[in-house]
Design a protein around this ligand. Structure first.
Ligand SMILES: [Ca+2]
Length: 134
């Protein structure tokens, strides 16, 4: 995993806690979006309406796109959602997991809050990792 936490020159946009597990019985990668903390405020009221999108790439059909529910008016959302990706264990090293955080807006396009460092799915042996959003 790329860890840029020491790099203070990058503006911090918040933190995201995720979990990565591989289920050998079902041959699937289980991506857990647990929570975010200290997200950037994108709305005039000083909050955001955050949700998280996950994407296992490369993926021509865009079938691997998932998103969590929107949490209204918070900078510290709790999601506790899991997404399963059917993939052979041996193929994990060919994939990259992209995780982005967005602010939901009514009537206009949603604002991008941040993206975690690319999480290589080859680190799926990790049970839980904390990633910085930037
Ligand atoms: Ca909003």
């Amino acid at each position: 995993m790329v860890n840029k936490t020491e790099d203070k020159s990058l503006e911090e946009r918040g933190r995201i806690m995720i979990s990565l597990k591989y289920n050998t019985q079902k041959s699937c990668l289980v991506v857990g979006i647990i929570r975010c903390a200290h997200l950037a405020a994108m709305d005039a009221n000083g909050f955001s309406d955050p949700y998280v999108k996950t994407y296992l790439k490369p993926d021509e059909n865009k079938k691997s796109k998932h998103k969590t529910a929107v949490k209204k008016k918070t900078l510290n959302p709790e999601f506790n959602e899991e997404f399963c990706y059917d993939i052979k264990y041996a193929d994990l090293t060919k994939k990259t997991l992209e995780i982005t955080v967005w602010d939901y807006d009514i009537g206009k396009s949603n604002d991008f809050i941040g993206e975690s460092d690319a999480v290589s799915s080859s680190i799926c042996r990790c049970v839980a990792v904390e990633e910085r959003v930037q």
